[in-house]
Design a protein around this ligand. Structure first.
Ligand SMILES: [Fe+2]
Ligand SMILES: [Fe+2]
Length: 267
């Protein structure tokens, strides 16, 4: 199975990048499934049924999220009814929505299994992150055990700030899942690798949106905030729109990763 994971989609430019570039990427990499982090898809903060709908219509199969989950109140609708939308697993019990899902892969290119099943898991880190959630390590391990009863093909979006926490998390799940890819920093790292027990790993996928800015926002207000300490309005930037992510090839029978390749595609 071959999947593309797309890093945090920021605002309208990010959604537009997915719409424009995904058909070409699907064909070029013979993709079976596409997963994207959508936590910044609505005006740079949060996600709504409308922006999620646009992302699904563009060809994304599953949307993950992170600490910007609650920024738009309309997210409640997604959490209540959209099975293809995931929120971090490690919220307290009783929080609406789900942290994982098992999905049937329709357009399976590989011939081994039909239909293919992929599990997607969304987890949030705790180091330098708000709000403080439950332990991602222990909860993810329990969840992975449960998911492995249905499929060995498991993709994990670990939404976290600290590289140490992300690397430790990847090492912790090495051999238990097909891939651990980080999100949240919006800066793509160059440490893609297959860990010793077969898990593809990348500390951060980067973000999809305008790269002529500060993490997808206009530069001036961000500098002003650092200069004055006063809150500013961070508008989504406009220029140098790119799609960032990673293509991962997984062996269907073992669930182990065969290859991971970073993606950085200009619109
Ligand atoms: Fe983000
Ligand atoms: Fe985030």
């Amino acid at each position: 199975m071959k999947l593309l994971f797309i890093g945090d989609i920021v605002g309208q430019p990010g959604r537009n990048a997915v719409k424009t570039l995904l058909p070409k990427l699907r064909e070029q990499h013979a993709l079976d499934v596409v997963i994207a982090n959508g936590e910044n898809s609505a005006g740079g903060s949060g996600i709504t049924p409308k922006t999620a709908g646009e992302i699904f219509a563009a060809g994304v199969d599953v949307i993950t999220s992170g600490d910007h989950l609650w920024d738009q109140k309309e997210v409640m609708e997604l959490l209540a009814s959209e099975k293809r939308f995931l929120r971090p697993l490690n919220y307290p019990a009783g929080t609406p929505g789900q942290g994982s899902g098992v999905f049937e892969v329709q357009s399976l290119m590989s011939k081994v299994q039909s239909p293919g099943l992929i599990a997607v898991l969304n987890v949030q880190g705790r180091t330098f992150m708000q709000p403080p959630l439950d332990n991602p390590f222990t909860l993810a391990l329990e969840e992975v055990k449960r998911l492995r009863e249905r499929t060995k093909i498991i993709f994990v979006d670990f939404h976290a700030e600290a590289t140490s926490e992300k690397i430790a998390f990847g090492r912790f799940l090495d051999g238990q899942v097909s891939a651990v890819v980080g999100t949240h920093t919006h800066v793509q790292t160059a440490d893609e690798q297959i860990l010793p027990h077969g898990t593809a790993y990348l500390t951060d996928a980067g973000f999809t949106g305008p790269h002529d800015g500060c993490l997808g926002r206009e530069i001036e207000p961000v500098i002003k905030k650092f200069l004055t300490g006063m809150p500013q309005r961070f508008e989504v930037a406009k220029n140098r729109v790119q799609l960032h992510g990673a293509v991962i090839e997984i062996d269907d029978a073992s669930g182990k990763a065969i290859k991971i390749q970073r993606v950085e595609e200009a619109i």
